[in-house]
Write a protein that binds this ligand. Sequence first.
Ligand code: IPD
Ligand code: CA
Ligand code: CA
Length: 264
Amino acid sequence: MGCDVQAVQKVAREAAIAAGKILLEGYTREIKISYKGDIDLVTEVDWASEKEIIRHIRQSFPDHSILGEEGGIVSGAGNGRWIIDPLDGTTNYTHHFPFFAISIGFESEGEVLYGLVYDPLRDQVFEAHREGGATLNRVPLSVSRTTSLSKSLLVTGFSSSKPDDPERDNLPFFNRLSRRVQGIRRTGSAALDLCYVGMGAVDGFWEIGLAPWDTAAGGLIVREAGGRTSDRKNARHELTSSMIVASNGHIHEEIITVLGEISD
Ligand code: IPD
Ligand code: CA
Ligand code: CA
């Protein structure tokens, strides 16, 4: 049976706005912070946000599956899976660096059909429907027109889980690309980085070791804004791929070529 993506969108929007209130409320007070790894943080706000999003989903779609970063895993018999990052940018959040978001993706039969990323501080809702375009606060979005890597601004991230894993070492890639572009930013929220590719504020993004909840919604937003996503070898980016490369499309091959200069 097909999925009612309009109904999915309605629930995702309501859940994101409710979770956004939780993030904003926690931002102004002292919160409990714990460690998932040496530098990987989780707060009571991550948990509360995830719980709220799952509550909304379960009310409307009790048979859907859910993959939430903070352990909210539900295995349902229905045709649909929600992929949630309840607070993308936790390190920023705990330091009061104002750049974090909520990411909600919806997948059915192996395809992400809908994605939403909500930045509650700026009240910006990024959304995309598969083959239906991408929007920011309901206004259509499109990627930048930059056609060469040498004129590009890129953004990247450094994995907070397993930072010592050599497989996740982004510095060789950073080092190589930084000599070929106008600039590279590191913002601390992969979901928003992808949205910024979608809105044309940056021309490309790459990161190693991201999880499905980081890229499900943002990846669709890039593609639906006219950009491209791939893995490091320019094959289709899967939610489990070890690297994501996202760009406006024009500079994609050039990024892949430079990344290819670093051995596996
Ligand atoms: C992190 C952010 C960051 C990225 C890390 C992610 P979290 O997500 O997206 O930008 O560089 O790899 O883990 O832990 O704040 O949800
Ligand atoms: Ca994340
Ligand atoms: Ca998170």
